[in-house]
Design a protein around this ligand. Structure first.
Ligand SMILES: [Zn+2]
Ligand SMILES: [Zn+2]
Length: 571
């Protein structure tokens, strides 16, 4: 018996029992990068339909595989369009191609994810509401009008609702909300932009909002909760809102007195507060924006962007307060202010109802970790918030708002969190692969802590954790370390930490009883900078104008000029 009984003879491809015509061809494409949770597979499906190609798309251990078959010229057109028209949130690291033999496929399918195939697939970050979903929630004729959890393949929660990879609805907090018939039809319709949108939901089947008082009693349920919350805010009171990555404290930003109240209750006397505005136009009224800043504000990552205030003179407390502007106590004595646009439909609807800029700051007490659970929020923020705008979709992991700013014409990340984390580090991956580096966890420093991992296939920088002087932030650090191991299905063989013996992270690393590499503080900063600028293979002169760090001689070093390679340095 021939082993090749199902294969056509050499050089002869069969289609529907007839000899293949020479104009037919087949290819196999391998796509790597941020291609999950961004509507990439549905996009591939639609593109294949457009060019009448057969085949399938599926995830493998190495990335997304697309098998295609059809007319040669249509295959070429597909490949020309694939990268050019990819969803805005997709980032293609690499695309490789090999030719295959046509086997007579005429239909195209999305094959189920292979759950054993997750390690190389990127964990998707959360995405802010897209323009089309924004239109849906404001359209009186749309069935999602005013629905605060509207999303599609181009936008919505990802990382903050994810229990495990691969990213599919049963592995997210949305498993609690079975889709209604209308949502299910969208989910299965290749022509719908909610085709395979994992958090797809509507008012009939999805999460619901409610407004609670300080004791956690319901004041208003869906759909009146938003209007009631807007009223509370207009009166100058503080609302704790369950956002995408955790609770935020909101207060109107155009008047000094409410802002002062929030500062006093939160124990944050002078550090600047971020402001959420309804639209780019509203941002332009407050700040003079450059094209880069406009792009950052409108990006699906939706960071807080530090920008130049337009009317710095309004910083005088006597200046007339203007509802389109921000009051002086928002960012006292600073010429800059942190602005961002509505992250979710919930934010968007609230801002639209208010027509005022809102202070939006992390829902925590004096620099602790962001609160994610509504019952905990009521317990801990009762002295800060006058009301709680909550919902019944769990936040699986807390992620703060990201902060970026323009420095020398480039976007620089100040705080890497919601929308940006988890961040893949391709330069580190390339290096770790060539050195056959075993799986590793790097603990990060003590203040503004963040963890990084090398899983054996992926190098990932995780979200901002915070200041580890705070015992609660230490618990968060432990939780994130555990969470990363679960999400990326890896066990670190070794650890890397700072040299400083008093850092919580150093002590934690020693307690793990694993091979440990201690890295000098300024050297770590310099190498991080080399990673950002793709200079890992070079020797550089590094000016690390850091505060202080533990030196190799056991003394505290300050600003240092170092000659640095990634494996060592000279002072
Ligand atoms: Zn959308
Ligand atoms: Zn529904």
């Amino acid at each position: 018996m021939s082993l090749f009984v199902n294969q056509p003879p050499d050089g002869v491809a069969l289609r529907n029992g007839s000899p293949a015509d020479a104009s037919r061809a087949a290819v196999r494409l391998l796509v790597r990068g941020h291609v999950q949770g961004v509507g990439f597979r549905p996009y591939v499906f639609r593109l294949a339909q457009r060019f009448r190609l057969g085949g399938r798309v599926y995830n493998t251990v190495n990335g997304v595989v697309i098998e295609l078959e059809g007319a040669s010229e249509e295959l070429i057109r597909f490949q020309e369009r694939l990268v050019a028209e990819a969803p805005a949130a997709a980032i293609i690291d690499s695309l490789s191609r090999e030719t295959a033999a046509p086997v007579g496929r005429s239909s195209f399918a999305i094959d189920p994810s292979d759950s054993s195939a997750s390690p190389q697939v990127r964990v998707p970050p959360d995405l802010a509401i897209c323009a089309e979903c924004r239109r849906d929630i404001l359209d009186p004729l749309n069935r999602r009008q005013a629905y605060p959890f509207t999303n599609c393949t181009a936008c919505g929660p990802r990382y903050s609702i994810l229990y495990a990879m691969p990213y599919d609805r049963p592995a997210t907090a949305m498993h609690l909300f079975p889709m209604c018939a209308a949502c299910d039809a969208e989910y299965h319709n290749p022509d719908d932009r909610r085709f395979h949108a994992q958090p797809n939901a509507c008012a009939a089947c999805g999460p619901r909002v409610g407004l609670w008082d300080r004791e956690g009693r319901l004041i208003a349920g869906s759909p009146t909760a938003l209007v009631a919350a807007a009223k509370v805010l207009r009166q100058g009171q503080v609302v704790a809102l369950k956002g995408l990555g955790g609770f935020q404290l909101l207060v109107r930003a155009d008047q000094s007195e409410p802002v002062g109240r929030l500062r006093q209750r939160k124990g944050r006397p002078s550090k600047p507060l971020a402001v959420m505005v309804a639209s780019l136009e509203a941002a332009e009224e407050i700040a003079a924006l450059t094209p880069l800043e406009r792009r950052l504000l409108q990006s699906p990552q939706n960071p807080i962007v530090l920008v130049q205030k337009r009317n710095h003179s309004c910083d005088r407390f006597t200046a007339a307060e203007n509802k389109a502007n921000v009051a002086a106590p928002v960012a006292p004595r600073l010429s800059t202010v942190g602005l961002f646009l509505p992250t979710t439909p919930l934010h968007h609807l609230l801002l639209a109802a208010l027509d005022l800029p809102l202070v939006a700051t992390s829902g925590n007490l004096t620099e602790g970790p962001i609160i994610t659970d509504e019952r905990e929020a009521v317990r801990r923020l009762a002295g800060v918030a006058d009301a709680f705008l909550v919902h019944d979709r769990p936040i699986v992991r807390g992620v703060d708002d990201s902060v970026v700013r323009r420095i020398a014409g480039q976007a620089v990340t100040i705080r890497l969190a919601r929308g940006l984390a988890p961040l893949p580090l391709p330069a580190v991956e390339a290096l770790a692969r060539t050195k056959a580096c075993p799986p590793l966890l790097a603990t990060g420093g003590h203040q503004k802590n963040a963890l990084a991992i090398w899983t054996g296939t992926q190098a990932i920088l995780a979200q901002h954790v915070g200041d580890l002087d705070n015992p609660e932030t230490r618990s968060t650090f432990n939780r994130v370390a555990h969470d990363l191991a679960g999400l990326y299905q890896f066990a670190p063989v070794g650890l890397a930490c700072d040299l400083h013996p008093d850092y919580y992270t150093t002590q934690w690393a020693f307690a793990q009883n694993k091979p440990l590499t201690q890295v000098q503080h300024h050297h770590a900063h310099a190498v991080a900078c080399m990673v950002e600028n793709n200079l890992l293979d070079r020797e550089v002169l590094a000016l690390t104008w850091d505060g202080t760090g533990y030196g190799t001689d056991g003394t505290i070093w300050g600003g240092e000029i170092l000659r640095v390679a990634c494996t060592g340095f000279r002072r």
